[in-house]
Design a protein around this ligand. Structure first.
Ligand SMILES: Cc1cc2nc3c(=O)[nH]c(=O)nc-3n(C[C@H](O)[C@H](O)[C@H](O)COP(=O)(O)O)c2cc1C
Length: 213
């Protein structure tokens, strides 16, 4: 059995730096990544917590150009629909945001939650079925920070028609689509969220905790 590691101040400082520099990235270099990177990121993701140890995450590494193109069309249509929900300056601002890195990201992974996995014997999920999706989100965050530790950026794309995603990737509709991840070397890096830089939104506008004493 290995000994429990002791994490020191230097480590905590670096961890905080990693979290600060995680950021959602939308502009990638087309430079290919080392072949083993997808497996490395997915292995890290599998260290994430999951309800009842069900590990409901399912990853589809999308390499086929025809499928990538179908997903890009899906995004373009969904993005156009989303844009129509805004008017005036906000519509202009939305139109200027680059909400996907799907054109260039060398590694693209669709992530799903298997709602009917037999693993975990339904523990927790019977009371709160949404915990399967929550488990998958913890895995995605693990990929996000692991990618950053490798000098890679990740962009989370959710402006997609989810039924079409399952169809285009030929996966069961029992797999709930959670995210489409674009991963690659970032063109630029910043510790400030892109949406804050582009004046779409700022952090901390709404208080996020209260006490009950
Ligand atoms: C559930 C979820 C869905 C998201 N969907 C999108 C998306 O469709 N397009 C996009 O550009 N960013 C998407 N993002 C990234 C957020 O815009 C980003 O996390 C947020 O602006 C904060 O920036 P930061 O990640 O750099 O801290 C998503 C993030 C989450 C957690």
């Amino acid at each position: 059995m290995t000994e429990t590691p002791i994490f020191d101040d230097d480590f905590r400082c670096q961890l905080n730096e990693l979290l600060t520099w995680r950021r959602d990235v939308r502009e990638f270099s087309v430079e290919p990544l080392p072949g083993e990177i997808a497996e490395k990121l997915i292995s890290a993701a599998c260290l994430a917590p999951s309800v009842g140890l069900s590990e409901p995450w399912r990853f589809v590494i999308v390499e086929d150009p025809a499928r990538r193109s179908a997903l890009r069309c899906n995004f373009e249509e969904a993005n156009k629909d989303a844009l129509s929900d805004y008017t005036g300056d906000r519509a202009q601002l939305y139109a200027n945001l680059k909400l996907s890195g799907m054109n260039t990201a060398p590694l693209q992974i669709a992530v799903f939650a298997d709602q009917h996995t037999i693993q975990g014997h339904g523990l927790g999920r019977q009371t709160m079925p949404e915990t399967a999706a929550y488990s998958v989100v913890t895995a995605i965050h693990t990929i996000w920070i692991t990618a950053r530790s490798e000098g890679l950026g990740l962009g989370w794309v959710s402006i997609l028609d989810k039924t079409r995603v399952n169809e285009d990737l030929e996966v069961s509709q029992d797999w709930q689509f959670i995210a489409y991840l674009c991963i690659g070397l970032p063109i630029t890096s910043s510790s400030t969220p892109a949406l804050e830089k582009s004046k779409w939104e700022q952090r901390g506008k709404v208080p996020n905790f209260i006490f009950r004493r």
